[in-house]
Design a protein around this ligand. Structure first.
Ligand code: SF4
Length: 454
């Protein structure tokens, strides 16, 4: 499997797209900065949100039981899934029991993580993602590239092409108003025809058994108000203790995600609609393993706002698909290896360790520290390629011998001045493709130090 660097190479090959992607996300990051600065108690909010999440995660078993009991009291059927396969089977069996043929789904990264759509489609069901960005990537048969802005990598002209092919819009049309209206009409038909609605969950409230779903398009509301069957798929880490804590997260979520004061629709579901049926599937899928890890437990506090992606200089320049993980960017580079360290071993290295992600995270996850820990862990597990371990071993030997180090420096300073350019800048040296070495100094730091000390 290609690593992050190889896939990023493909993304940056289209220079215009790479620059525009970088600028678009930086614009969102700016909006986040402006609106967060408008709240004097912003840092207090972050600290409190962080403490509440850490407390909840530390008492997760107790809160999960409380949530299940209260959800059942509201008339909800609660299911437990230990992994993605179980989750998919549970959802499929509920749908089959109700003879469902058409499903509308509102954005849920958990169902992406479990690859629910292909599972349902293989059983003959039609699944329509109803978030506009998700629908665009679904029609293009590709995964989202961002958790909040799934189609941020696609230009409006390309959306026009997709809609022309699938929705019959005019060829060459790229006016956002026209395309959005076409999508609205298309999605409305699907909402009206659906037999069931599937949603994700932003927050599960232990003391009430209710769930909260945040969207900007109201698609979760339509998708659950029209069909009689509602299935909510929820990662076990989405819990908060009580409704009193909710305002903390709703204030932080939208501001951190898109720079909005509040998400347009914050929908509360406390039991099925009259005459309807509601199921909640609680999914582990590796989360308990993260809970058991002192190094990475804090990553379970994530509220999936995407702020760490918008600020990350690597994500902005390499695009979400280069991470090959449901959640990309800094937090994805922690969660990906936690699920499969071998498959995602390159992700913790897709980081400049600038710490910007840690600075913006609304729940104060120590992202860049965890990424550094993952690098060590990947080395310890023997997952680093030879091209990285061999030079490090050589350099370790050199650093342990001051004489050899001084001699090596002398040779290198001479050689760098005399070597033909192609010997340094060639396809074997990926580093040199984007950078120029400064001219080699005439003497070493050690010589200079000795001289100036005299
Ligand atoms: S790690 Fe923090 S900044 Fe990144 S998505 Fe999660 S909550 Fe947002």
């Amino acid at each position: 499997m290609a690593g992050h660097a190889q896939l990023a190479d493909k993304f940056v090959a289209n220079e215009e797209r790479a620059q525009w992607h970088d600028k678009s996300l930086w614009f969102v990051r700016h909006k986040r900065d402006n609106i967060s600065h408008s709240i004097p108690e912003w840092e207090t909010l972050r600290e409190t949100a962080s403490q509440v999440k850490l407390h909840t995660v530390a008492h997760l078993a107790q809160y999960l039981e409380e949530f299940e009991t209260n959800a059942k009291k509201l008339g909800v059927t609660v299911h437990w899934a230990s992994n993605a396969a179980e989750h998919n089977e549970i959802v499929l069996s509920i749908l089959q029991e109700h003879n469902v043929k058409r499903v509308v789904k509102s954005k849920s990264m958990l169902t992406e993580e479990c690859h629910l759509n292909p599972h349902l489609e293989a059983a003959g069901m039609e699944v329509v993602d109803t978030d506009l960005g998700e629908r665009i990537v679904q029609l293009r048969k590709e995964p989202p590239s961002h958790i909040v802005l799934p189609a941020i990598h696609i230009k409006k002209e390309e959306v026009g092409e997709v809609f022309h092919e699938h929705l019959g819009t005019e060829a060459g049309a790229s006016d956002p108003g026209y395309l959005t209206e076409a999508a609205r009409q298309h999605l409305r038909e699907n909402f009206l025809a659906a037999d069931a609605g599937i949603t994700g969950v932003n927050f599960g409230i232990a003391s009430t058994g209710g769930i909260v779903v945040c969207t900007n398009e109201g698609n979760a509301d339509l998708g659950t108000a029209l069909p009689n069957l509602h299935i909510a798929c929820m990662g076990i880490e989405k819990l908060i203790p009580s409704p009193d804590h909710l305002s903390l997260y709703t204030r932080l979520l939208a501001r951190s995600a898109t720079g909005q004061p509040i998400t347009t629709y914050t929908s509360h579901f406390h039991g099925p609609k009259p005459g309807g049926e509601m199921h909640i599937v609680l999914v582990d899928n590796g989360r308990s393993d993260i809970l058991g890890s002192d190094d990475f437990r804090r990553s379970l506090s994530c509220i999936r706002c995407g702020a760490c992606m918008n600020t990350c200089p690597v994500y902005r320049r390499s695009g979400g698909h280069s991470y090959q993980s449901t959640v990309p960017g800094p937090i994805g580079s922690i969660l990906g290896p936690s699920q499969n360290a071998k498959e995602h071993s390159s992700l913790p290295f897709a980081c400049s360790l600038c710490g910007s992600c840690t600075d913006v995270c609304p729940v104060k996850i120590d992202l860049h520290h965890q990424l550094l820990t993952w690098r060590k862990e990947i080395y310890v597990r023997g997952l680093l390629p030879f091209s990285k371990t061999f030079p490090m071993k050589v350099m370790s030997k050199v650093f342990q011998r001051p004489g050899l180090y001084a001699f090596g420096g002398k040779v290198a300073r001479k050689a760098l001045r005399l070597m033909p350019r192609w010997m340094i800048y060639n396809p074997l040296n990926g580093w040199g493709r984007q950078r120029d070495l400064p001219e080699a100094p005439k003497e070493s730091f050690r010589d200079l130090y000795k001289k100036r000390k005299k």
